[in-house]
Design a protein around this ligand. Sequence first.
Ligand code: SAM
Length: 401
Amino acid sequence: MKNRIEDSHGGIKSNGQNAAETRARELIDLLEARRKLSLEEYAQLVSLYSPEVAAYAAEKAVRARKRVYGNAVFVRGLIEIGNYCKNDCLYCGIRRSNDQCSRYRLSPNQILDCCREGFSLGLRTFVLQGGEDGHFTDEMLCALIRDIKAECPGCAVTLSLGERGGQSFRQLRKAGADRYLLRHETADEAHYRRLHPPEMSFAHRMACLTELKSLGYQTGCGFMVGSPGQTQDTLAQDLKFIEEFQPEMCGIGPFVPHHATPFRNERAGSVEMTCYLLSIVRLISPGVLLPSTTALGTIAPHGREMGILAGANVVMPNLSPASVRKKYELYDNKRSTGEESAQCLAALAAQMQSIGYETVSHRGDVRIEPFSDGEDVLTQRKEEAHGNIQSQIPEGGRVHS
Ligand code: SAM
């Protein structure tokens, strides 16, 4: 019986399971100390998922996140500015060729109104997201960013408007945009081609990310979990890319099928694997801003809390006008009411409080923790164990309800 341990359900594990779990724990310890693994080790870590291994990773991820951000969960107001899109991504409900999609665009004044409402609710980051749409010219967006900054002093503006030219990114940054979210979608070029039509370019998406970082944006990449064709090797490449790119933000959520896309009959990604990957990414980069996504909250009743408990530290309730929320349907049954709505911040705060976290209203900029080598990390651990490390919750209050 020496090589057998009881699993969390009281069952008996085989020697094989035991060895797998031991190896996974070894890899997690290594990742915690070094913040990097080889491609093969990442693939192995993904393949060794089990509820017990995920719990071990989550415990370490939560500790790493607490070291940098304490119990703070940053709240961002998400404004979906339009669902016209020139792209035809095979997974996405607002893809160009979905002729069942009822299209809309918000005017700059409508967007500004959403920000004003969010500001009065206590929010200090506004995320403007939409399809790739030439209607939103640089001139229009630059004026809008300046207006938001003037009307909502001290706030951060995050853009998530897809691939644009270097000149465009430069102008938007000059106008005051602070952050840009552009999920890389997959770091494996062959997998990218499985998810996108031939006219879309993996190299261009990656080049955009490099450009955004060089312009000083807090830059976000990310990927869907369980997208068709994804394997442990493609996920290993995603993790390696994140390790090397060092994004300030990282959006990881389950793939969820949409009935009017070519992937309508594909299976959704799992909550468990998404949470496991959130923990792994937190260990790669303890300071990264990591949202617990709407997609996670959509596929499981407590998905959002599970994401936070796995190491995420950002939530993005919806601030879009109620009349358009249903139209920004990236996948079936996307949630936009209840705690997903910025109008229900008190409920969101209560939900976070119930799991030991505090929603905070300030900008919530990234805090990249400098890497210390294994020895320093171990010293730090010892100090933590003795309660000597102060939690570094940034100044700022709760979100008003
Ligand atoms: N157009 C911008 C862009 O390309 O980054 C932002 C909007 S795009 C709809 C935002 C993200 O939604 C994508 O990066 C993708 O990962 C995610 N998404 C799209 N369809 C999805 C689906 N079926 N399930 C889960 N996430 C999806």
